[in-house]
Design a binder for this molecule. Structure first.
Ligand code: UDP
Ligand code: MG
Length: 325
């Protein structure tokens, strides 16, 4: 077994159907990590790949003792795969990276040096995103700005999970029990000294994005519901707003009927308001439902993920203390 303080950098890499990228990914990461010149481990988390990813990772781990793997029993999603990796990492510093080489590995060197100057988190901020559809870029841009407005936690805009953190921050993250992970938000919540490095996000090297629109919407809702109660409050405001309008309309209707004694034909206004209110009610019930379903999954307290196979053990808690600065 490894001695605790031997590993300086852990790289956590979630993998879902990245067989075409993995060899190049390993090659480039090794190159960069050797350049930094510290002890390291690369933890690949196989998140239910249906291609040859797992075999490739296992072969890499046979050739390179720095390569660790965790094979999840099914697809748990990128955020959970990263969370698993963070729990197994033993490095003094831990970086998160995608396997598709969209995040340039050289930036890790910059991140490492930035941490040396006393920061606890260095996250990559995307200046440009190549090779992604306009729709994806636009929706991502809108989402991050919307989220920033709705939450009190300072979640930096236009950042992904590409980042390097100190042991102390990772220990705090590992304590978080929630099932709906939104790691970039959770890291922001933890606090400490955080800073950014601006980089250009490349296009995907090979293969396809594992994020369908359905998954992206789910991810966005996880972010919103975990870090903002604004949608719930918004539902309440809507309720008040329309109650006031309805009240005024009741008075007006009674006046028309009893005093002015003029019947309005009014089918159009009636049907519009019924449909409109019906829509609003369904939306607000839906908002509440999103929160309740997440409360449900947290109350059930199932394990966050299931490991099928691995070549690395979870570190003991007392092994993992912060490095001396
Ligand atoms: N990924 C994962 N599980 C998933 C989807 C993606 O582990 O369910 C991994 C994927 O292999 C990659 C990273 O998460 O290393 C980012 O995924 P992707 O490139 O598909 O996302 P995008 O860059 O399109 O946002
Ligand atoms: Mg990608």
């Amino acid at each position: 077994m490894q001695k605790p303080r031997e590993i300086n950098i852990s790289l956590v890499v979630p993998v879902c159907n990245e067989a075409t990228n993995l060899p190049e990914c390993h090659y480039q990461l090794e190159k960069v990590l050797k350049e930094i010149g510290k002890n390291y481990e690369i933890i690949f988390i196989n998140d239910g790949s249906t291609d040859k990813s797992l075999e490739i990772i296992k072969t890499l781990s046979e050739k390179d003792s720095a390569v660790k793997y965790i094979d999840l029993s099914r697809n748990f999603g990128q955020q959970m795969a990263i969370s698993a990796g963070l729990e197994y990492a033993r490095g003094q510093r831990v970086a998160i990276m995608d396997a598709d080489l969209q995040d340039p590995p050289e930036v890790l060197i910059e991140m490492y040096n930035k941490l040396d100057t006393g920061y606890d988190v260095v996250y990559g901020k995307r200046k440009r995103r190549k090779g992604e559809s306009i729709l994806k870029r636009l929706t991502a841009k809108m989402f991050y700005r919307l989220l920033a407005r709705m939450t009190n936690v300072k979640i930096p805009v236009d950042t992904g999970d590409f980042r390097m953190m100190t042991r102390q921050v990772v220990n705090e993250l590992n304590k978080m029990p929630e099932r709906d992970r939104f790691i970039r938000g959770q890291v922001a919540w933890v606090g400490f000294r955080q800073t950014e490095i601006i980089y250009e996000r490349a296009g995907r090297q090979k293969g396809h994005s594992g994020y369908s629109y359905k998954k992206m919407i789910r991810f966005a809702l996880d972010g919103l519901t975990s870090f903002s109660d604004f949608p719930l409050r918004f539902a309440t405001w809507l309720g008040f707003f329309f109650s006031i309008i309805s009240f005024a309309m009741i008075i007006w209707a009674l006046y028309q009927r009893l005093i002015a004694d003029s019947y309005v034909q009014g089918w159009t206004s009636l049907i519009i308001s019924v449909l409109f209110l019906g829509g609003i009610q369904l939306i607000t019930i839906g908002i509440i439902g999103e929160y309740i379903s997440r409360i449900g999954s947290n109350v059930r307290r199932r394990p966050k993920y299931v490991v099928k196979d691995k070549n690395v053990d979870k570190p003991q808690k007392d092994e993992l203390t912060n490095e001396k600065k």
